[in-house]
Ligand binder design. Structure first.
Ligand SMILES: CC(C)(COP(=O)(O)OP(=O)(O)OC[C@H]1O[C@@H](n2cnc3c(N)ncnc32)[C@H](O)[C@@H]1OP(=O)(O)O)[C@@H](O)C(=O)NCCC(=O)NCCS
Length: 195
């Protein structure tokens, strides 16, 4: 947490540097590389999910589940790296009309540097290119930071779902519309054939 406080207070465009133990990399968002996750990222992603997303709920997104998501052709798992350090990740599943933002997190030391915004922009552009009409997500109602983040990037709250998480915590459902949904053409009214 000391690391986090230190890095949070650095100016946004300060040059990259490392803490004395060498474990924390730069969090200047310009130095962050976005790329598709590999199988070797599953452990770090699962640990971040446990600590930053599922805290207090029980750990569902374990490494084997994350590995399956990385391998799933209908999902995109994106990672943000600062050098060797995986500093953020996001997972989106794609359907024909809808996409679902399943998980997203940025390590505390990297937050408020535009990393989640960059990952979301990447995913939204991919979704728009794939012809997706809308992006959907759920988050814990108590998670005010994530709520503020999703509102800031154009998501709108649609619904509250009591007990959605393990039967005991309320979820907020949010949506961002990318294009109007396809209008299914109405069949022409039947008329008797002309003689
Ligand atoms: C939510 C989360 C992913 C945001 O990541 P981030 O990289 O810090 O977000 P960004 O820096 O891209 O923020 C973009 C904008 O969102 C808004 N925002 C982000 N975090 C915010 C916060 N804690 N409070 C208020 N607004 C916030 C701001 O408008 C911000 O722009 P600004 O910094 O110029 O004011 C991050 O806080 C996180 O990992 N939280 C823990 C895990 C989690 O809750 N995941 C989401 C549910 S699955």
């Amino acid at each position: 947490m000391v690391e986090d406080a230190f890095l949070r207070n650095r100016p946004r465009n300060s040059k990259p540097d490392r803490l004395l133990d060498g474990t924390m990399a730069s969090v200047n968002s310009q130095d962050i590389t976005l790329q598709l996750a590999g199988r070797g990222d599953a452990q770090a992603i699962a640990a971040m999910s446990r600590d930053l997303i599922e805290s207090g709920l029980g750990w569902e997104y374990r490494p084997e589940r994350i590995r399956a998501m990385i391998a799933d052709r209908d999902m995109v798992t994106l990672v943000a790296r600062d050098g060797d350090l995986l500093i953020g990740f996001a997972v989106m599943s794609f359907g024909d009309e809808h996409a679902h933002l399943v998980l997203m997190a940025v390590r505390p030391a990297g937050q408020r540097r535009g990393i989640a915004r960059r990952m979301t922009d990447w995913l939204l552009e991919t979704a728009a290119t794939a012809g997706v009409a809308s992006i959907h997500l759920e988050l814990r109602a108590l998670n005010k930071d994530a709520h503020a983040f999703y509102r800031a990037i154009g998501f709108t709250e649609t619904l509250r779902l009591p007990g959605y998480y393990r039967g005991r915590e309320t979820a907020v459902r949010m949506i961002r519309v990318l294009r109007p949904p396809k209008i299914v053409p109405q069949p022409l009214p039947w008329r008797p054939p002309s003689r």
